[in-house]
Design a binder for this molecule. Structure first.
Ligand code: HEM
Length: 468
């Protein structure tokens, strides 16, 4: 009896010390203790997060490391910038490779930050205490875009120069409204925004100095601080929002039972993600070179001059109306993102992809609706022109308010309102509005990337269409 008890004690003691070891690994390491010592098993399902947040963290780390190396050789002056980048590509050993990695990691980060936002949204992970982390996330989204955009100018080649010129014109979008009201001479908000961004009327040394400072100090530091708060909040919110919706699982009583030790399983999983990300990046950087055109020449505009791909959706909207496309709609969209946790408080859907079958159907219908509304209007525009073609003397105010961008927004809001009434659910209404706008962003961006040619004309000129 005694020896049996001693044997059981030994097993328990060994089990306890093994558990203690796993807890200590996490809690006593400065770097690892961003994790809690135990996590819910459902949050580890690869199809729950797709590891997107971790990938973003790794990409940011890779960008800092490669950015520091590039900074050692780069000179932020209009005279030297282009040559210093050429030196990096052609003279510095491994320089071309480091530059390629930096470039593709930055594009990857922009793409994945949208995917991560979509995963967080579609799993309803923004409710209650996570509201704050969602809003921090929206700030990180904006910073990520500007971090990438500010780096765009640094090579000082034709691509960089004209992309940033377009960007600075987008910043001046408010002028369309103040011109219309005849008050630009008194309150030139657009001019002020443009000056704030590039320092003078055209892109030059002040713009390069600003972009350099923003790119290497202000924006990365801000992002670093926000990432730290973001990770801290995830811990404070009790880990990820996942919920176990398997049949027969009692969420309350099985909560503890379904937790596993972070060390070593999660660590291995994260290491594997780091490996895959590094392999994809190294391979891409090996195969595809980051572009470097001729040295910037303010006298020879690129035609078409295009902003970076992630702002091409906005550039497309700006071509309809500077004010509504460059300012009003982006602000409305940011406002919508920030207000999502305040609009939708149906927390029983939290942690569940698309909130179940009804949400999936809502997302699918919204996708189809958005495709029809946006592509339908673009078809009319390409085939028959728009208001100014039909009524040449029409007021710019009308064009500003009635164009494919504003009409889409109105259509989406009406659609979301209808879904809200039909389902009596704010979650479904949010899914409808979010999906419709996401699809529209993708279509407008694709339009800017692939279907606009010189002078921002559509690739299919109207004259090539058969007359009906
Ligand atoms: C540079 C940008 C970002 C980084 C490095 C980052 C990193 C992470 C990581 C590592 C996680 C946990 C794992 C995962 O969900 O994949 C996470 C979760 C989360 N992220 Fe982000 N994120 C970023 C941007 C954003 C954005 C743009 C949003 C939304 C607007 C956002 C909102 C959230 C929320 C609410 C959670 C908690 C999700 C849950 O509880 O399930 N994040 N993020």
């Amino acid at each position: 009896m005694t020896s049996q008890k001693t044997g059981t004690d030994k097993v328990v003691r060994e089990g306890n010390s093994y558990r203690m070891e796993r807890i200590k690994r996490i809690s006593q390491s400065f770097f690892l203790h961003i994790h809690s010592t135990r996590v819910h098993i459902s949050s580890l399902r690869p199809t729950y997060t797709f590891g997107l947040g971790i990938i973003l963290g790794f990409l940011f780390l890779i960008l800092i490391l490669t950015g520091v190396v590039l900074m050692m050789y780069y000179t932020p002056s209009v005279e030297r910038a282009y040559d210093s980048v050429k030196d990096i590509v052609y003279i510095v050993p491994g320089g071309r490779y480091i530059r390629n990695i930096h470039r593709w990691a930055s594009h990857g980060m922009v793409l994945i930050v949208f995917l991560h936002l979509a995963r967080v949204f579609y799993t309803g992970s923004y409710m209650h205490s996570r509201k704050l982390n969602w809003i921090i996330g929206v700030c990180m989204l904006v910073i990520t875009l500007f971090l990438s955009f500010s780096g765009y100018l640094l090579p000082w080649d034709q691509l960089a120069y004209w992309a940033v010129t377009i960007g600075s014109n987008i910043a001046a979008s408010a002028r369309e409204l103040t011109d219309l009201l005849g008050i630009t001479n008194y309150i030139d908000i657009g001019g002020f925004m443009k000056k704030l961004l590039i320092g003078e009327e055209t892109v030059g040394q002040p713009a390069l100095s600003r972009f350099f400072t923003l790119h290497v100090i202000f924006l990365p530091l801000s992002l670093l601080v926000l990432i730290a708060v973001h990770f801290w909040r995830i811990r404070k919110d009790g880990g990820l929002s996942c919920a176990d919706f398997r049949e027969g699982v009692n969420r309350e009583s099985d909560e503890e039972k379904n937790k596993i030790y972070t060390w070593p399983v999660v660590m291995w999983a994260e290491l594997a993600i780091l490996f895959v990300i590094s392999a994809v990046l190294l391979l891409t950087a090996f195969i595809v070179d980051a572009p470097l055109l001729e040295k910037a020449n303010p006298a020879f505009p690129e035609n078409p001059a295009k902003s970076p791909w992630y702002f091409l959706g906005i550039q497309e909207l700006v071509s309809y109306s500077a004010f509504s496309g460059g300012l009003l709609i982006p602000l409305l969209y940011l406002g919508f993102l920030i207000s999502i946790p305040y609009i939708d408080k149906q927390d029983h859907y939290q942690g569940r992809w698309f909130a179940g079958k009804t949400g999936m159907r809502t997302a699918l219908y919204s996708l189809v609706m958005s495709l029809v509304v946006v592509i339908g209007q673009l078809f009319v525009m390409v085939r028959y022109g728009w208001l100014r073609d039909w009524f040449p003397g029409i007021s710019q105010g009308v064009v500003m308010l009635v164009n494919p961008a504003t009409l889409s927004v109105i259509g989406f809001v009406l659609w979301a309102g209808w879904i809200r009434r039909k389902t009596n659910s704010t979650r479904m209404a949010s899914i409808a509005l979010f999906t419709a706008s996401l699809v529209a962003i993708v279509i407008f961006t694709a339009m800017g990337i692939w279907f606009r040619g010189p002078n921002w004309d559509f690739f299919w000129s109207r004259s090539q269409w058969p007359v009906i």
